[in-house]
Design a protein around this ligand. Structure first.
Ligand code: MG
Length: 165
């Protein structure tokens, strides 16, 4: 087994489309800025998986200087990372992520995000965890300037996985 961690932060801008974990928040007044769709949850998971496999980071595989990835669907990037990890002989055991933000509210959308992320990763939703927490007025997240995501991933050599039961 191998473990990896990922971290991502995006500035929040008024009027910007807000998509996290592949789920759109049409009523959110702010959204994460980025060369791609700004989906920091997918980006942190990409880095956790790449880190666990020793395959570098998201910037190495999908550089933001490359016009191919401008406005990219980050769920697609996550699926590409899964393919890279699989090619190296690893299967996803489980992933867990925490989104630190004032808005949007994560909890009501967590189940939908788990479904989308599990689809991109080719695993069961039980192998994917998404949690939300707030900055409590402290730091850039608490002031609503950005959102930050922390993620961990476990990779296995065999096609076994761990459920939450
Ligand atoms: Mg990012």
């Amino acid at each position: 087994m191998r473990i990896g961690q990922g971290w991502d932060r995006h500035r929040l801008e008024p009027g910007r489309r807000c998509v996290l974990g592949g789920v759109e928040f049409p009523d959110c007044p702010v959204g994460p800025l980025g060369h791609s769709d700004g989906d920091a949850l997918c980006h942190a998971l990409c880095d956790a998986l790449l880190g666990a496999a020793g395959l570098g980071d998201i910037g190495r595989h999908f550089p933001d200087t490359d016009p191919r990835w401008k406005g990219a669907d980050s769920l697609d990037l996550l699926a590409r990372v899964r393919a890279l990890v699989a090619a190296a002989g690893w299967t996803v055991g489980n992933v867990d992520a925490t989104v630190i933000t004032e808005q949007p509210m994560i909890a009501p959308a967590a189940a939908a995000m788990r479904l989308k992320l599990a689809g991109a990763l080719g695993v069961e939703p039980a192998q994917v965890s998404v949690k939300g927490t707030r900055g409590e007025g402290l730091g850039p997240e608490g002031r609503g300037e950005c959102l930050t995501v922390q993620a961990v991933a476990l990779l296995c050599r065999e096609a076994t996985y761990f459920t939450s039961t």
